[in-house]
Design a protein around this ligand. Sequence first.
Ligand code: NAD
Length: 334
Amino acid sequence: MDLKDKTMLVIGGAGFIGSHLVDQLLDEGVREVRVYDNLTRGSEENLASALKDPRVNIYDLGGELLHRDILDAAMKDVDGVFHLAALWLLHCYDFPRSAFEVNIGGTFNVLEAMLNNGVKKLVYSSSASVYGDAVSEPMKEDHPYNNTNFYGATKIAGEHMCRSLHHRYKDTDQAFDYNGLRYMNVYGPRQDYQGTYIAVIMKILDRLDQGLPPVVYGDGSQSYDFVYVGDCARANICAMKSDATDSFYNVGTGIKTSIKQLAELLLELTGSDLEIEYKPGGLTFVKNRVGCPEKAEQEIDFKAEKQLREGLSELIEWRKNHIEEVDRRRRKAR
Ligand SMILES: NC(=O)c1ccc[n+]([C@@H]2O[C@H](COP(=O)([O-])OP(=O)(O)OC[C@H]3O[C@@H](n4cnc5c(N)ncnc54)[C@H](O)[C@@H]3O)[C@@H](O)[C@H]2O)c1
């Protein structure tokens, strides 16, 4: 889909990835970016710069996924939907019923409202959580659903609802296309303290700000594919523009970084000569994860560009310029 003069609905658009997506959509010549978000985790602060553009608005009648009639009204005259709203991993762990209602029921509501309004394209935010611990590396999109937590279960359900309803309606007037994105571990400006695998970055930077050594739980060998938030936003745009449909894509760099390497890099970037302090414990769901980025490059023309070093420097700079905001996020996570 050519995005020029189109109206895009960004569900979860005040959140971490969603707000960067809103920023980037403005460079695509869109007519309108409508944000639908209940602001439980996202914030207007994330959209401070985007909201200066008259094409951006936060839907004024509401933003709750479970309010079906309001969601339905928000879909009027929309050309494409980005669905990023979800409860995060540990929230799903503690509150599986809410996770079921928001992540599964809410995604069904999105699909139903799209069908009711004849919306033709969806980009669904899934997650690398669907894979669980790697049985092969790097993980390709046909890696088994090895997930064992409820958050991952909701994302698998979301993927299958998109797929099955796409097939159910494909030869009818209500036909729609979709792609799903399986982000690896997303970091960057506007991140908070709640991301299960990336909160460590904020916590290490807090310790370094206080002149304290970074704490790493376990031996630091847990390894992940850290991908910059701006790259994830761009992956959404690539998936929306592409003619590809009915497919899922890894959104990652294909590079594995251990928590120990991450902590060392943060020490270097902040010019600290402190030593890492290793402690036992820490709640970890997955210890090893790196995604193969090839399918996304071949089919939707997406390749992550930001190097970890550069992305972390931008995060450090953002923290310096948003001290009060970071403080609010720190207090919210407690
Ligand atoms: N950040 C990551 O590392 C990561 C990795 C894999 C997958 N994902 C997925 O990508 C998507 C975006 O992630 P994010 O990091 O930007 O998360 P986020 O929590 O910052 O953004 C989600 C937004 O959805 C909103 N929301 C939550 N429940 C809602 C509801 N009931 N109705 C309306 N809005 C609601 C929140 O207020 C928030 O602004 C999510 O679906 C997440 O599961 C993220």
